[in-house]
Ligand binder design. Structure first.
Ligand SMILES: [Zn+2]
Length: 101
């Protein structure tokens, strides 16, 4: 009997979870979302744990806004999607790995 992937339930031969995970890991996502009370925040996902704090600090300083780095993502107050993407490139992230939704 073939091994079954615990994630999707498909045989491992045809399961794509690992490939998808890899792709995800290389992707930095920048998007805005509405929090409670209709406040907009900008979320940055996909940074490594080592980079998270450092990058959050830089972004907060450059954007002069509040924010948190928790649960492997940075949440910045306000809509800074375009600026954040540019700043991430300035900080050395590969532009092609940053996806804006
Ligand atoms: Zn799978």
């Amino acid at each position: 009997m073939a091994d079954i992937c615990p994630k999707c339930g498909l045989p491992l031969e045809i399961c794509a979870c690992e490939a998808l995970e890899k792709e995800e890991a290389q992707k930095i996502k920048v998007y805005t979302t509405k929090m409670r009370f209709g406040k907009l925040v900008t979320v940055v996902e996909g940074l490594s744990a080592d980079d998270l704090r450092k990058t959050a600090k830089e972004l907060k300083k450059k954007l002069a806004c509040g924010g948190t780095d928790k649960d492997n993502r940075i949440v910045l107050q306000g809509d800074h999607k375009e600026k954040v993407s540019k700043l991430l490139v300035e900080l050395g992230y590969n532009e092609s790995s940053i996806s804006k939704r």
